[in-house]
Design a protein around this ligand. Structure first.
Ligand code: MF3
Ligand code: CO
Ligand code: CO
Length: 264
């Protein structure tokens, strides 16, 4: 099923993906300490836009299917694709900051959910379980793994907590295109049994985990913002990953961000 559409990168192309993802990770390290109480999501967007341009690179989201800003900022019950605006981040909030940059024609894509000041224990636990589920998925992968193993690992990590795994949005192949094959569902789905992660496949894993029910609602007025239907919280983490002969390589690993095993 569609494996013929999955690009396999040669060494030179892999280096291009490494460079793009490394810049994107550096951008995350630049912006993370500025995501603070009292700051607007619009101000964060502007800082990211300036840093990207100052380094000679191109924001991938701006103008993508008409998306109006450089980054996505998804606060609390917003699952994904939140549009930066004059909303002020407030103590107790969580915000997912999703950055994608084009470097010499190649895409790097990653996101983190950031805690704004002190948050409740329930909120912290949701963020922790979401973060851990991303690494649970990465850690089961080997060259030749099937995409369904990602969904199985995430389900195993998330289900005991009673949270829901978003089904309406998924990870994706990435390279010289933003969203390409294979689709990467974060729950086990039959189609993903036939998608094989051979060395040279580049893709994202980006679980969106809801505190309550799974249903999503797309904001009709802006056409982008996706919220939980029940109004409960949602968290997300994303990395760009290259499958190599040695196993998965996390291309968007940051120097200063939360590493595997981090406690929030
Ligand atoms: N960065 C998101 C992803 O992980 C996609 C955002 S598309 C946008 O795939 F248009 F909403 F910016
Ligand atoms: Co992505
Ligand atoms: Co993203």
């Amino acid at each position: 099923m569609q494996k013929r559409n999955i690009p396999l990168l040669n060494e030179e192309q892999r280096e291009s993906m490494r460079r793009a993802s490394r810049f994107n990770a550096q951008l995350m390290d630049f912006i993370r300490p500025q995501v603070l109480p009292g700051v607007t999501t619009g101000a964060i967007d502007q800082l990211v836009a300036e840093y990207t341009r100052d380094h000679g690179h191109t924001p991938a989201c701006l103008g993508y299917h008409g998306f109006p800003k450089t980054i996505c900022t998804s606060i609390n019950e917003v699952i994904c694709h939140g549009i930066p605006d004059d909303t002020v981040l407030t103590e107790g909030d969580i915000v997912n900051v999703d950055l994608t940059t084009i470097v010499d024609g190649w895409y790097g894509d990653q996101s983190e959910t950031i805690l704004i000041g002190n948050v409740s224990d329930e909120t912290r636990n949701l963020v922790q379980v979401t973060f851990d589920s991303l690494y649970a998925a990465i850690n089961v992968l080997q060259p030749g793994s099937k995409v369904i193993e990602i969904g199985r690992a995430i389900a195993k990590a998330v289900r005991p907590h009673g949270y829901s795994i978003v089904r309406d949005y998924q990870g994706h192949g990435i390279g010289q295109g933003f969203h390409q094959d294979p689709g990467v569902p974060h729950y086990p789905t039959p189609g993903a049994r036939f998608q094989i992660l051979r060395p040279g496949v580049c893709f994202t894993i980006e679980p969106m985990i809801n505190q309550g029910r799974v249903e999503t609602v797309l904001d009709k007025s802006d056409g982008w913002t996706v919220r939980t239907r029940d109004g409960k919280l949602s968290a997300q983490f994303e990395h760009t990953i290259l499958m190599t002969e040695e196993g998965p390589e996390i291309l968007t690993r940051t120097e200063h961000g939360p590493q595997e095993g981090h406690r929030f």
